[in-house]
Design a protein. Structure first.
Length: 194
């Protein structure tokens, strides 16, 4: 157990970064819902009422509920604001980073941890700490040029973490290490250059 401490510490920093990224992504998805559906009404998507009533009484009752639902939805969504192509690109990149970080954490937990306990390999803790710090700083920015710079830095840092893990595993000829390397390469492939 003591042999795997460096990987656990690195993994912990990456988990904190992942939680921060997921929160940012969730926040941006809420903004996208407002931007994509500024005139969205719940009554357009609501299933018909099944109260057993027919005729004008049902129609009047349905309209009242639809109006109430629609106003509640508008309150929850808030005012709409248009999204630029740059904002859409930032959201797309954030989504890729969230997915890649989640996949990396999964590979580290399922494949790398058992391998590390068997034969320790170099873990670059500094990169995981830097990644966590960048993500925390990004959460304070929310948008704008600083956010974009932090997003780019997080992207580069994540690529560096994955590349260094692949390099660390290259010295072991075992099939299990090859599987871990292939999994990491797949994550890297799904995280294209910015």
């Amino acid at each position: 157990m003591a042999r795997s401490v460096p990987l656990f510490v690195s993994l912990n920093h990456q988990l904190v970064a992942l939680q921060t990224l997921q929160l940012l992504h969730h926040q941006q998805q809420g903004e996208d819902a407002r931007a994509c559906h500024p005139h969205y009404k719940l009554d357009q998507a609501s299933p018909p009422l099944s109260t057993g009533m027919y005729g004008p009484a049902l129609h009047d009752m349905g309209q009242g509920l639809d109006t109430a639902r629609s106003s509640q939805a508008q309150e929850q969504l808030g005012p709409a604001r248009p999204r630029t192509l740059a904002q859409i690109a930032v959201h797309s990149m954030l989504s890729r980073i969230v997915d890649s970080t989640s996949q990396l954490v999964s590979v580290e937990q399922t494949l790398l941890l058992p391998l590390f306990q068997e034969h320790p390999f170099p873990i670059h803790l500094k990169d995981s700490i830097q990644f966590r710090n960048i993500c925390s700083h990004m959460a304070l920015q929310l948008e704008g040029q600083r956010f974009d710079r932090d997003l780019h830095a997080a992207h580069q840092c994540l690529r560096t973490i994955i590349e260094k893990l692949i390099h660390s595993l290259a010295v072991f000829p075992s099939d299990l290490y090859a599987i871990a390397q292939a999994s990491l390469r797949q994550i890297l492939q799904n995280l294209p250059e910015m």
